[in-house]
Design a protein around this ligand. Structure first.
Ligand code: NAP
Length: 255
């Protein structure tokens, strides 16, 4: 008998998929035939809305609450996704946070811890759980991992959030190393590096209209849409990018 667990679905787990880039990725993934595990932390209603939209369009999705800055919640998240859908084929490490713009000397150790736990440790620890499900060494059939980094890893974000930029720089280094580590296990690891995308994150950074302020300095003269980042993520997760691993797609309007 075919149940949800034993049909060979492509299942994609997206961390932080209740809003912004993660939500857009969830909607596009469902359109491309993935069963979608929509992770969220605080925003249950927004996650439910993403799931409802997918279901209304004939897709299959479920919301899973977990704070991915906490290892025990990550472990439980992957177990819950296993129990619901079984076959994890793609992981998108998208959840991320930003704090108020600040010079480095005003950044506290506690803030550094929050930023690195949410942006960096979460990515490492989610990859760890994904490898245990995807690698042939553990009985898996391979898969794809896409990390959502930021162009901040290249610019360093002076006077704004060097902590955030460094947390993404670590993700970039990990993407390169892990891609090589997993290359002969049929697991590809890539990343997107967005910038200036219209989402709530700029309010968290203390400047909701940041994109409007700087858009004339962006070669394409506009901010980007979450759906434009989702397209790059889905390409890296798909068979269409089968000869690419350890690479970055910058989605930055040319900056
Ligand atoms: P956003 O609109 O603020 O959404 C952030 C998402 O992450 C929300 O779904 C939130 O869940 C989730 N999240 C945050 N902390 C979490 C945690 N500890 N556990 C689980 N989920 C958590 O942000 P966004 O702009 O879409 O950003 C998505 C990713 O893109 C981030 O990694 C960000 O650094 C990166 N990025 C964005 C831009 C940009 O211009 N927007 C540029 C470069 C990179 P809740 O709703 O439940 O709180």
């Amino acid at each position: 008998m075919q149940t949800e667990k034993n049909i060979a679905y492509k299942t994609m787990l997206i961390t932080g998929a209740s809003r912004g880039i993660g939500a857009a990725t969830a909607l596009l993934a469902a359109k491309k035939g993935y069963v979608v595990a929509v992770n969220y932390n605080k925003n249950k209603e927004a996650a439910a809305k993403v799931v409802d939209t997918i279901k209304q369009q004939g897709g299959l999705a479920k919301a899973f609450r977990a704070d991915v800055s906490k290892e025990e919640e990550i472990v439980r998240l992957f177990e819950d996704v296993d129990a619901e859908f079984g076959n994890l084929t793609s992981l998108v490490n998208n959840a991320g946070i930003l704090e108020q713009q600040s010079r480095l000397e005003n950044i506290t150790r506690q803030r550094l811890q929050r930023i690195f736990e949410a942006n960096t440790w979460s990515t490492f620890l989610c990859c760890k759980e994904a490898i245990k499900r995807m690698s042939p060494k553990y009985g898996g059939n391979g898969g794809t991992i896409v990390n959502v980094s930021s162009i901040a890893s290249r610019t360093g974000s002076p006077f704004e959030y060097i902590d955030y930029a460094a947390s993404k720089g670590a993700v970039d280094a990990m993407t390169i190393g892990l891609a090589k580590e997993l290359a002969d296990e049929n697991i590809r690891v890539n990343a997107v590096r967005p910038a200036f995308i219209y989402t709530d994150i700029h309010s968290d950074g203390g400047e909701p209209n940041r994109i409007e302020r700087i858009k004339e300095t962006i070669p394409l003269k506009r901010g980007g849409l979450a759906s434009e980042v989702a397209e790059a993520i889905l390409w890296l997760a798909s068979e269409q990018s089968s000869y690419s691993t350890g690479v970055f797609i910058d989605v930055t309007g040319g900056r």
